[in-house]
Design a protein around this ligand. Structure first.
Ligand code: HEC
Length: 144
């Protein structure tokens, strides 16, 4: 049975594209701090800054999203890394200050719950993206 303890890569493999949804939506503020702890302990801050504002890698606090800001795309990007995400058919839509691969974290984060909490933290530092939770990833015409 799939649940909060399911490892991220298993959840990705067993959920059809576009269908991953954060169980903490609507409850972001309450979860953000715990998500932030996991963000720091996984080492995301080394590249994205301690508050997600960027550093040597793209900020998570701005309105530019390299692939898409929806739950499904973010969960897959963070689990698979950007190289595997692209193999799964996702195309870069936007360019941030830094263009490079994002490493996979699907084996570093033990449970889907850990990753959903981290995504809740990202929403908390990027309130605009909350409106995009369920906006599906689409490739714009000019990139087809
Ligand atoms: C080694 C550096 C590095 C680490 C560590 C890292 N990332 Fe990234 N991340 C990147 C890069 C580079 C990109 C841009 C990928 C691209 O352009 O294809 C990225 C992209 C992202 C994006 C999309 C940003 C956007 O503007 O669209 C999110 C969300 C993200 N990372 C979250 C995380 C989380 C959460 C962690 C920790 C679990 C993490 N990253 C760890 C380098 C890193």
């Amino acid at each position: 049975m799939l649940g909060p303890a399911t490892p991220p890569l298993e959840l990705v493999a067993s959920t059809p594209k576009g269908q991953l949804k954060n169980p903490y939506n609507g409850n972001i503020a309450a979860i953000a701090e715990e998500g932030h702890h996991r963000f720091l302990s996984a080492g995301c801050n080394g590249c994205h800054g301690g508050g997600g504002g960027g550093g040597m890698c793209p900020p998570l606090t701005n309105d530019t999203w390299v692939y898409s800001a929806d739950d499904d795309t973010l969960f897959r990007l963070i689990s698979l890394g950007s190289d595997e995400l692209k193999k799964a058919g996702y195309i870069r839509i936007k360019h941030e200050t830094v263009v490079g691969p994002m490493p996979p974290f699907g084996n570093i984060l033990k449970t889907s719950d850990d990753l959903w909490r981290i995504i809740a933290f990202i929403r908390s530092v990027n309130p605009n993206s909350v409106n995009l939770e369920s906006t599906p990833y689409t490739v714009p015409d000019y990139l087809r």
